[in-house]
Write a protein that binds this ligand. Structure first.
Ligand code: KG4
Ligand code: ZN
Length: 332
């Protein structure tokens, strides 16, 4: 059987990433994270585009080198079409088109959120269709019924902020550097998750809302800092542990309802926030308690990466689902 070797490109936000997959196995997975945004406390879109442009050739070269293959061995180029920052996406798309055109090989468009979900197929024991996926990232929070590699039904989603945003903005209020999610995770390990109480939100059955809990953290900081100016510094670990625990509770309560409703037994998580250590532990425990099969991508495939674009591209290649040179990015 002929090998299927795919170059995958991801440039939707602030990570410039390239991967090489052969027959669905990762040969190289290179991610260059743009640290320059840290001093602004968030991603600056124009800066992200410029950095992608500076990095992309080097990142692709590194992926080819790591995989020990030549360009001529590639069968297709897969790239993130959206959603994402328009200028950032355009760099990846232009590069992918030029590369595919130069080599005379097909192009494959990939939906970034579908790719996060399909990162679960990089595992030795992938989920069985249909399965339910809790997709949690910096821009999205969704409960998705995954019917096959392309047909995915969104059962519920956030009506305001994504949970990754709630982590990042909460961290910012606490004076932690960007991106705050991993910092909250780290601090929470030494804290008491019962020390402070945060509210849940009233939403439709499978929907999420994180604006209320953010405001509640802000009010707690403002009120308590008036009484004690060192309140945040003295309570950092407890604040992180309590805030994180409530975010996770909100995620898992909706997930539980969706599992009951769909009656599926294969359950997955995906997206940057699925790198959170406490969420991973609680998710596995919940699945064990209920006799569900838990699926979590390996740590390196949770946050933005190109291997997930490659695996989504691999299945599109098998289905003969190719794009033409007119493919344009989408932002939402
Ligand atoms: O999937 P991703 O890399 O990019 C988007 O598609 O948005 O997700 C990024 C988000 C950020 O909000 C980041 O803070 C969060 O994932 N994140 C975490 C952790 N690692 C990344 N949140 C909580 N705990 C973590 N360990
Ligand atoms: Zn992402």
């Amino acid at each position: 059987m002929k090998n299927i070797t795919i170059l995958a490109i991801e440039s939707s936000c602030d990570d410039t990433a390239a991967a090489i997959l052969r027959n669905g196995k990762v040969l190289a997975n290179i991610v260059s994270s743009q640290l320059d945004h840290e001093k602004y406390g968030g991603v600056i879109p124009e800066l992200a585009s410029r950095l992608h442009q500076q990095n992309i050739v080097r990142v692709v070269q590194a992926a080819l080198q790591k995989a020990e293959i030549s360009k001529e061995e590639l069968n297709a180029v897969a790239f993130t079409q959206g959603p994402g920052l328009i200028g950032a996406l355009l760099v990846g798309i232009s590069f992918a088109k030029a590369f595919a055109l130069g080599l005379g090989i097909p192009l494959i468009t990939v939906h970034h959120m579908q790719a996060h979900i399909l990162a679960n197929f990089l595992s030795e024991t992938p989920p069985q269709f249909p399965f339910l996926c809790l997709t949690v990232s910096g821009g999205h929070t969704q409960l998705v019924l995954v019917k096959d590699f392309v047909e995915m039904e969104i059962l519920g989603q956030t009506i305001d902020d994504a949970v990754g945003e709630a982590f990042d903005k909460g961290a910012k209020m606490l004076g932690l550097p960007y991106p705050g999610g991993p910092m909250v995770d780290k601090w929470a390990k030494q804290g008491n998750s019962q020390a402070f109480r945060f509210p849940d939100a009233e939403t439709n059955t499978f929907d999420f809302s994180f604006s209320g809990i953010k405001t509640s953290l802000l009010y707690l900081i403002q009120k308590s800092s008036k009484e004690n100016p060192n309140f945040v510094a003295e309570n950092m670990a407890d604040l992180c542990a309590s805030y994180q625990a409530q975010l996770i509770k909100m995620l898992l309560s909706r997930l539980k309802k969706a599992v009951k409703y769909t009656k599926v037994k294969d359950i997955a998580i995906a997206g940057g926030v699925s790198a959170n250590s406490e969420l991973r532990t609680r998710f596995v425990a919940l699945c064990e308690e209920n006799g569900w099969k838990a699926h979590i991508p390996a740590f390196e495939f949770c946050t933005d990466n190109a291997a997930m674009i490659g695996i989504a591209g691999h299945y599109k290649y098998l289905a003969g689902d190719f794009a033409d040179m007119m493919a344009v990015p989408f932002t939402r």
